[in-house]
Design a protein around this ligand. Structure first.
Ligand code: PGA
Length: 253
């Protein structure tokens, strides 16, 4: 199943962790040291407030990203940070449409605007999609289809090819997750997303962007998502705050 030459992408989502800049710096230094040993690169989407301090840590194994963005460089967007403000810190990736942000009212239309803005800023969007409930009637197919179609409305093919998509079933995310998703469940949705991008946006198979899995990824379950689920990588929350477990995870792939 797995193409062994395939490049696997690892994205960490630190969310609102850790509690201080000092702790964030310690964590980043530990990651850099361990990643160097195993010659592995990862993307870490950090709390924006810590970005200036973290960006001073020179690391060619960790690329820093944001967890959200405003929709334009400057303007009336209380509490939000734009990519123009963050590019001084060499941000190359931004998570867009995370379920925790959608839960606060972010719509598919806003997700679409943020994706277009990130592309304009030459920052790679990590676009999250996923259903809240996995129903026996397969309504989740329709929900994911709509999220994908609306996310990329008006985005040209070559730009869609260059994004990262993360399938994150909401019911499998975080400490209150109902259960782990299975690699087969991921694979089914990967095929659906591919089909939607081909049918709606005319993408050829070779131009399908990388499709990552996210939701309670651990050092114990990650490998199966690659081997049995054909995941192109991961968006990792809690496990990404634990250096030891993260290194075991990376080594397992
Ligand atoms: P989790 O979070 O790995 O802690 O479930 C994943 C995410 O929300 O991106």
């Amino acid at each position: 199943m797995r193409d062994t030459k395939k490049q696997i992408t690892f994205v960490s989502n630190w969310k609102t962790n850790p509690g201080s800049e000092k702790e964030a710096l310690v964590l980043l230094k530990q990651f850099t040291a361990e990643l160097k040993k195993i010659k592995q690169k990862i993307i870490i989407c950090v709390p924006t407030l810590f970005l200036p301090a973290l960006a001073k840590e020179k690391s060619n194994v960790v690329a820093l990203g944001l967890q959200n963005t405003a929709i334009e460089d400057i303007g009336a967007h209380t509490g939000e940070v734009s990519l123009a403000q963050a590019t001084a810190y060499k941000v190359k990736h931004v998570i867009i449409g995370h379920s925790e942000v959608r839960a606060l009212g972010e719509t598919d239309e806003l997700v679409n605007k943020k994706i277009k803005y990130a592309i304009k800023q030459k920052v790679t969007p990590i676009v999250c999609v996923g259903e809240k409930v996995r129903d026996d009637g397969h309504e989740y197919f329709g929900i994911i289809t709509e999220q994908v179609i609306k996310a990329f409305a008006g985005v040209v093919k070559k730009d869609i090819s260059a994004v990262l998509i993360a399938y994150e079933p909401v019911w499998a995310i975080g400490k209150d997750a109902l259960r782990d998703a299975t690699p087969e469940e991921f694979y089914e949705v990967k095929i659906l997303i591919k089909k939607v991008l081909m049918d709606t946006y005319g993408l050829a198979t070779k131009d399908i962007p990388q499709i990552l899995y996210g939701g309670s990824v651990t050092e114990k379950n990650a490998k199966a998502f690659v081997t049995a689920g054909d995941a192109d990588g991961f968006l990792i929350g809690r496990t990404s705050l634990d250096v030891k477990k993260s290194i075991i995870l990376l080594n397992s792939i």
